[in-house]
Design a protein around this ligand. Structure first.
Ligand SMILES: *[C@@H]1O[C@H](CO)[C@@H](O)[C@H](O)[C@H]1NC(C)=O
Ligand SMILES: *[C@@H]1O[C@H](CO)[C@@H](O)[C@H](O)[C@H]1NC(C)=O
Ligand SMILES: *[C@@H]1O[C@H](CO)[C@@H](O)[C@H](O)[C@H]1NC(C)=O
Length: 358
């Protein structure tokens, strides 16, 4: 009898027990592609009953019904100079200069975020969080939030596990075998490439420890005088989610707190708009989809690169869909369809359909 009551009690207890966590997302990069990864993750957590708060420059207009999803919106003013910065310019192919540019962007973003009244209000509040999930992209100072709220710090690396992330969790990435993301070297580097990679590695380490981290620390101290030094909590990381998949990256070491999650933000493809559906159905040989994403614009590519690409495309029997951000493309061959925006997921979904069905 006693056992029955005990069992019943246990069953009832399990039935009504609700375990939800309070989760803070920080995705301050004013770039849709960074935001999308955090947004999908946090929306799903909210749908599963967790209380979610999201700090970002964007707003979720359709949070899951009856869920607890709150936005703290960063009203960034992106100056014309920053907006028109062209990643195809010669400066942007120089990894040493890109590093300096990322320093500048990362510090500007942290300082601006800490200066928003809605963010300050959150930091002054008595709110508690169990976990902070943050975009790990040249903005390490944001680790302060997890420390401030006594929460687990979960990093989302929107690129692969490279120089920015590895040291935070003690993941070995010797420059003799792991090429830096900014250098574009093959997995099997020759001697000269290994040498260049090692020099760049040393430069990155010096930059991070002598300039970037001290600068991030200074910005935090300026805004929050009572804060402890960055190094006290920077390495206190519970989990790293990496936006890649082992099927298309080079082999590299991964400590157990690192998990590859590439593709998790993809949802089943919806119907294509009619004109695209027809274009793809009519392309019996298949379709090439060409897009540089949202940050890089095809129209900003150097003229000779554009011309070379057109020359190659014109020779192909296959039709081509090109995300091209201008009204027209001089010398456009007939097998090319241009559009300023394309439903990428639906197009790739359709390609997958073709592959699976044939
Ligand atoms: C949301 O809550 C309302 C009122 O409690 C309820 O009528 C509705 O069915 C709920 N919707 C979902 C999707 O759970
Ligand atoms: C941070 O922003 C404030 C206010 O805009 C400004 O006064 C300060 O100089 C900035 N600090 C850094 C290190 O950029
Ligand atoms: C380190 O993270 C844990 C949660 O994983 C937290 O309880 C602790 O306060 C953090 N330590 C510091 C110094 O922030």
């Amino acid at each position: 009898m006693f056992l029955c009551v005990l069992l019943l009690g246990l069953i009832l207890k399990n039935e009504i027990q609700v375990e939800s966590a309070r989760i803070l997302g920080i995705f301050p990069t004013p770039s849709k592609s960074h935001y999308a990864l955090g947004n999908v993750l946090l929306k799903e957590l909210a749908r599963r009953g967790h209380e979610v708060t999201m700090i970002s420059p964007f707003e979720e207009k359709h949070p899951p019904p009856n869920s607890s999803y709150r936005d703290i919106k960063l009203e960034f003013e992106i100056s014309e100079a920053d907006k028109s910065s062209n990643f195809f310019s010669s400066d942007m192919s120089n990894p040493y200069l890109v590093t300096l540019f990322l320093n500048y962007v990362g510090c500007k973003m942290l300082n601006a975020t800490l200066n928003f009244p809605n963010v300050q209000k959150l930091l002054e509040s008595e709110e508690k969080f169990d976990a902070v999930i943050m975009d790990q992209f040249v903005d390490d100072g944001f680790s302060y939030f997890a420390h401030r709220f006594g929460a687990n710090n979960i990093l989302v690396s929107t690129t692969t596990a490279k120089a920015w992330v590895n040291p935070l969790v003690g993941n070995p990435a010797p420059p003799s075998v792991v090429a830096d993301l900014l250098l574009n070297f093959p997995n099997r580097m020759n001697f000269l490439e290994r040498l260049q990679n090692t020099i760049f590695y040393l430069y990155s380490v010096l930059n991070i420890h002598l300039y970037f981290f001290p600068q991030q620390n200074k910005i935090i101290k300026e805004n929050l005088p009572e804060a402890r030094p960055l190094y006290d909590y920077l390495y206190n990381v519970s989990l790293v989610l990496i936006n890649t998949h082992e099927s298309y990256t080079d082999p590299s070491s991964m400590v157990p707190v690192m998990k590859n999650v590439g593709g998790y933000h993809v949802s089943p493809a919806k119907k294509l708009p009619e004109d695209l559906q027809k274009f793809m159905d009519d392309s019996k040989e298949g379709v090439v989809y060409f897009s540089m994403g949202s940050n890089l614009k095809s129209k900003d590519m150097p003229k000779e690169v554009i011309e070379a690409i057109i020359r190659v495309f014109a020779k192909l029997k296959i039709k081509i869909l090109w995300k091209w951000e201008d009204d027209s493309l001089p010398g456009q061959p007939p097998n090319l369809k241009l559009s300023k925006w394309l439903p990428q997921q639906e197009i790739l979904g359709k390609c997958l359909d073709i592959i699976i069905h044939e």
